[in-house]
Design a protein around this ligand. Structure first.
Ligand SMILES: Nc1ncnc2c1ncn2[C@@H]1O[C@H](COP(=O)(O)OP(=O)(O)OP(=O)(O)O)[C@@H](O)[C@H]1O
Ligand SMILES: [Mg+2]
Length: 378
């Protein structure tokens, strides 16, 4: 027999599932939003993932359906399950990742450490939260945010008026999420994968740097992370994976506070930018592991190949030409750099690729990754 997997969403995450699918002999098909998507190298069907009929047709002959993003509506997910399709992660698990207020509620109920938070329905609620938390806070739209869009630092109750107005305009009963502004020492991420039958595998805890709300650089493993910190991160991710019933890759974004505590920022139930290093840096990369997990196959070894891996995102891309135009010069200068080009139109701030380097010395690996990415910047 041949394993067949269907991926909803045609972004770079779907694209990066293709090479390990090819290696493992898995047939992979993608339901993409548009022609010419980043995942166009797979067998691609263009269609609307909001439409149950389209999604059911796409999922007809696959062993499992998984996702490039978490935006597929619950009724469409339920229709798949009702039709007997293996959906991983499940609608129940994805529900927790689709809405940041639901996520905060669930994490709180699980007794996991999170920033102080509240659901606010108007400026009076927000003013009360600000008064309690030193006059500064972070407001987030519960749904549809990515790369820092939908995240705003506020210092006055007026600062979210436009977002409250658009909630009203949408006729939504929703609220906005408000959180304490965490004075973190750094941001970390813990990735694990879990099979439907229960097996879990974790990669090392990593350090992540965000610029303008977008992941810019990842170091694996996180420098200066002692065993207690690494154990706590793994414990948190394991509790979420098991209690929420996550299948596939789970990413837990974390803040490390000045006094060494971990707070959960957010969850993603799919391969994640902070795990891209593992493609080149670990025995089993996150995209291969995701395929194995959602097909309920035994998980792979997550051990890093080298002491250090550094991943730097290519944001925006060359103002003139494409990443491909710059490759010969980069390759000549940085023969150890592993370049990933997502095949996307360069646009300011857009993630169009990444570079990973590995090696025994952190500063050297970091220097080489940064030098490589500079070839794509004008
Ligand atoms: N409560 C907070 N305190 C301080 N900084 C925060 C807080 N919440 C978010 N941030 C900063 O904003 C970034 C983006 O926030 P968040 O991860 O919630 O948004 P997102 O747009 O969903 O991100 P992603 O790109 O991971 O999908 C965080 O990585 C962090 O740097
Ligand atoms: Mg985030």
């Amino acid at each position: 027999m041949t394993y067949r997997i269907g991926v909803i969403g045609g972004g770079q995450l779907a694209r990066m599932m293709v090479p390990p699918a090819v290696h493992l002999g898995i047939e992979i098909s993608v339901l993409a939003e548009t022609e010419g998507s980043s995942a166009r190298l797979a067998a691609t069907q263009v269609g609307d993932y909001h439409d149950a009929e389209t999604v059911l047709g796409f999922a007809k002959d696959v062993h499992a359906v998984t996702f490039d993003h978490e935006h597929v509506p619950q009724d469409v997910l339920r229709a798949l399950v009702d039709a007997g399709v293996e959906v991983h992660p499940s609608p129940e698990a994805l529900f927790v990742a689709q809405d940041k207020i639901v996520m905060r509620e669930r994490l709180t109920a699980l007794g996991l450490p999170v920033p102080a938070w509240a659901a606010v329905r108007g400026r009076d609620d927000l003013a009360a939260f600000l008064a309690e938390h030193g006059g500064r806070a972070v407001v987030k739209t519960p749904r549809g945010g990515y790369d820092g869009k939908g995240v705003r630092v506020v210092r006055s109750a007026d600062d979210a008026d436009d977002w409250f107005a658009s909630l009203d305009a949408a006729g939504a009963s929703d609220a906005l999420l408000v959180e304490e502004l965490v004075e973190f020492r750094r941001e970390l991420a813990q990735l694990v994968a879990r099979r439907p039958s229960g097996e879990i595998a974790a990669w090392p805890l990593v350090e992540t740097v965000q610029r303008d709300g977008v992941c810019a650089e990842v170091t694996a493993p996180a420098p200066d992370a002692d065993d207690a910190l690494a154990d706590e991160a793994r414990r948190i991710a394991t509790v979420v994976a098991e209690e929420v019933g996550v299948t596939g890759v789970l990413a837990v974004e974390l803040f490390e506070t000045a006094d060494g505590r971990l707070l959960v920022n957010e969850l993603a139930m799919r391969p994640h930018n902070t795990g891209h290093w593992s493609i080149d840096g670990a025995v089993t990369g996150q995209f291969e592991q995701h395929l194995r997990a959602v097909l309920d196959l035994p998980l792979g070894d997550t051990t890093p190949h080298r002491a250090w891996s550094v991943m730097v995102n290519v944001l925006g891309g060359p103002a003139q030409g494409t990443m491909a135009d710059r490759l010969p010069a980069l390759m000549a200068d940085q023969p150890g750099a592993k370049v990933h080009d997502y095949g996307k139109e360069p646009r300011p701030g857009r993630k169009v690729g990444h570079v990973t380097t590995t090696g025994p010395d952190l500063e050297d690996a970091r220097g080489r990754a940064r030098a490589a990415v500079r070839f794509f910047e004008d």
